[in-house]
Design a protein around this ligand. Structure first.
Ligand code: ZN
Length: 454
């Protein structure tokens, strides 16, 4: 399908996402997981973990001090499967680079933390004001379409061993063990279990989510914060009647912070974005309504799409050094994985392209080199995978901080985000005349984002 109003590089955006994926090379969904190369700074950070706090567990950690309604956005950085020692120094580097214009969060899934390590990982993320140990209960007890389940080896915590029966006391006991696991892991913002909400029986699903929230609220101390943890099927946001119901429950509840994961359909590539206008419309209504009501929305695995939602008033979004932590989407069937091609998040395109294309872009007078500390190491022999993974998170931090900087200059987030996207479209227009982008490098999401912001 072609649309004469769109530039040639955006034409394929009008086809479905599954069409886009037909000719893609299947790449490992987590190409960085096998890396073992730590640089000196990472090693120091690893050794830096404070033994006393390891023994103490997650006690006496201050409640998060994050921005709210008009103050700085929160960037949540996920702990990867491999290379988790990258994250504490990365967070410190982001803090040095962006100051107080973005609040940093660190999240580790309880599928990845070991009870024996107690709060070691989250404590080591000392630059993060928000620390989350995500229970991700859906992984163990629910079938999420298109998502692979984890092996029994990942069931390390008590609450992961059994699903509660129907009685109130059983549910309360189970939810208590979900909270206790987060305390041990060093969290300072507590999540509800986060069971899967398929939108098959909407009232029952909301009822379960909010009853879990009530049980969590009962066992938290007065100085402990919580967020209601939603794991939603796409239709909860994309279908108007379901969205209205969800918003009604959110607004009428007594809870002020929500951690919302929405299942995206399979992306065209591991570095793609949802090209789903109805879904984006759902994010827009969710975030705008919540902000009007003084409710914080965090979108933990949303990457650049999450950055865009700052335009609509989301309180924060998440990314990571691994592509698997940047999208909660239906996964590709397992199969032989092609060797990942070296790639790079090109800030001016708001998209990840091939490293070879990035080298060509660098020759253009309109191109602006990235100033992050990781790109400055690109001639030092540091492996490209390490540079590009940490550069990616640095770019997201800068983009988020710039939204806040604009607001301090009386430019509202929506106007700022719109102008960044417009600039990216202009850069795509200019650069596409001189660089031949591969199909997966074309920023086909940009015109869709533009539409969703209008
Ligand atoms: Zn960079």
């Amino acid at each position: 399908m072609t649309d004469p109003s769109l530039p040639w590089w955006a034409q394929s955006s009008m086809s479905s996402e599954s069409d886009l994926s037909n000719e893609e090379v299947v790449e490992d969904s987590d190409p960085w997981s096998d890396l073992a190369d730590l640089d000196e700074e990472d090693l120091i950070a690893t050794l830096d973990w404070r033994e006393s706090e390891v023994e103490e567990g997650g006690q006496n950690i201050p409640a998060p001090d994050y921005g709210h309604n008009g103050s700085e956005p929160v960037l949540i950085v996920h702990r990867p499967h491999g290379n988790s020692a990258w994250i504490p120094p990365l967070l410190r580097a982001l803090k040095r680079a962006e100051g107080n214009d973005v609040a940093l969060g660190s999240v580790a899934s309880l599928t990845r933390l070991n009870p024996a390590d107690r709060s070691r990982y989250l404590d080591s993320c000392d630059a993060a004001v928000v620390r989350i140990a995500d229970p991700m209960a859906f992984v163990f007890f629910d079938q999420v379409p298109g998502r692979r389940s984890l092996s029994a080896r990942s069931q390390r915590w008590e609450f992961q061993q059994h699903i509660p029966g129907a009685s109130q006391s059983e549910v309360a006991g189970w939810v208590n063990s979900v909270v206790e696991a987060q305390r041990i892991a060093g969290a300072n913002m507590f999540l509800t279990p986060g069971r899967w909400m398929p939108s098959v029986d909407p009232s029952a699903e909301l009822d379960m989510a909010f009853s879990h929230a009530d049980y969590v609220a009962q066992v938290l101390n007065s100085d402990e914060n919580m967020a209601v943890n939603f794991t939603l099927a796409r239709d909860w946001l994309a279908q108007e009647s379901l969205r209205d119901k969800l918003l009604q429950w959110v607004v009428e509840s007594e809870y002020s912070t929500f951690y919302v994961r929405v299942l995206w359909s399979m992306l065209g590539t591991t570095h793609g974005h949802p090209l789903d206008l109805e879904l984006l419309e759902g994010y827009r209504e969710l975030c705008q309504t919540a902000q009007e009501e003084g409710v914080r929305i965090f979108l933990p695995e949303s990457d650049l799409t999450g950055w865009m939602t700052l335009a609509w008033g989301s309180a924060g979004f998440g990314t990571g050094v691994s592509s698997g932590d940047r999208a909660f989407s239906q996964q590709r069937p397992s199969g032989p994985a092609a060797t990942p091609k070296p790639r790079y998040l090109e800030t001016q395109l708001l998209h990840t392209i091939l490293q070879t294309e990035h080298q060509q872009l660098k020759m253009l007078p309109e191109h602006v080199d990235c100033s992050c500390v990781y790109c400055s190491k690109s001639n030092s022999g540091t492996p490209w995978k390490s540079i590009q993974a940490q550069h990616h998170v640095s770019v997201l931090a800068k983009l988020a901080a710039n939204v806040y900087r604009a607001s301090k200059a009386s430019i509202n987030p929506a106007s700022h985000v719109l102008s960044v996207i417009q600039d990216a479209i202009n850069f795509a227009d200019i650069s596409a005349k001189r660089v031949i982008y591969s199909s997966e490098s074309r920023p086909v999401h940009l015109p869709i984002w533009l539409k969703s912001l209008m």
